[in-house]
Design a protein around this ligand. Structure first.
Ligand SMILES: Nc1ncnc2c1ncn2[C@@H]1O[C@H](COP(=O)(O)OP(=O)(O)OP(=O)(O)O)[C@@H](O)[C@H]1O
Length: 249
């Protein structure tokens, strides 16, 4: 049997007296969209930060496609195929949407001066295709400051896909977007991930989004996974209703 796409073994990290990861062992299989939910301070973002190498656990391991990536610096983990998108899009706001993707490619290819060499990058057509996949081809030549919050979120996802990941970790992909737009953004996002064959893990506080777009849900509590299952199993569980849904309601 092949190794899971991502596996964590007994992760532990403390910040002073707080145990933000308390023996976290979890596997993520290819082709799934896993939502992470849980009360504030449960350790959800800490988990993403450990998987991307931004935080190093004091104990435990992260394996990607069966290989230990725990000691690697974040840029090497990205090259292995693990990308990250943040609550607030990390874009160069004075550059156009397309230029942002080209900068990501230049960084991926290790060009020394990605901004200067932008327009010589041969992957232009591939990047335009990514913008089409996230429904943003029509704003390819607009600077990021001119885009709506929803478009920025989608361009940020396209930038992550430009790194050709096999796993994308996201912190609240629809936060900051008007609630009327959230489902549309998630639909575009989930379709783009399926097309690019990218597995996703996303932290989410909106249970409507979790119910509709996650294949599986992991519930975090006090630095560990309290429960895991399908959205239907998890969202009706009395502990989740008490500890998570009660809190966000
Ligand atoms: N760099 C840090 N230094 C000190 N404490 C930290 C640091 N990062 C996280 N913590 C603490 O670790 C705990 C887990 O934080 P984390 O951000 O992972 O929770 P979360 O589940 O993502 O919360 P939220 O839903 O509010 O974003 C919290 O008590 C937080 O204050």
């Amino acid at each position: 049997m092949s190794a899971p796409l991502l596996e964590t073994r007994n992760l532990e990290i403390r910040f002073g007296g707080v145990i933000a990861a308390n023996d976290v062992s979890l596997t993520i299989e290819s082709g799934r969209n896993l939502a992470i939910i849980g009360p504030n301070g449960a350790g959800k973002t800490t988990f993403l930060n450990i998987c991307t190498g931004w935080l190093k656990p004091t104990r435990g391991q992260v394996l990607f496609e069966g290989k230990d990536i725990t000691p690697l610096p974040p840029r090497k983990i990205v090259r292995r195929g693990v990308a990250r998108a943040f609550q607030i899009p990390q874009l160069f706001t004075e550059h156009t949407a397309l230029e942002n993707l080209l900068i990501a490619v230049a960084a991926r290819e290790g060009l020394r001066n990605p901004v200067r060499d932008l327009h010589t990058i041969p992957e232009r057509a591939e990047m335009m295709h990514l913008l089409e996949m996230v429904n943003c081809a029509d704003v390819a030549d607009r600077t990021v400051v001119e885009l709506s919050e929803g478009q920025r979120k989608l361009v940020d996802i396209a930038v992550a896909l430009a790194l050709r990941p096999r796993l994308l970790l996201m912190d609240e992909p629809t936060s900051g977007v008007a609630s009327s737009q959230k489902h549309r953004i998630m639909e575009i996002l989930v379709e783009a991930l399926a097309q690019a064959q990218v597995t996703s893990v996303f932290v989410e506080h909106d249970m409507g989004i979790v119910e509709k777009y996650a294949d599986e849900v992991a519930v975090w509590n006090a630095g560990n996974v309290q429960l895991r299952g399908t959205p239907a199993e998890v969202l009706e569980h009395p502990d989740v209703i008490r500890d998570v849904i009660g809190e966000v309601a």
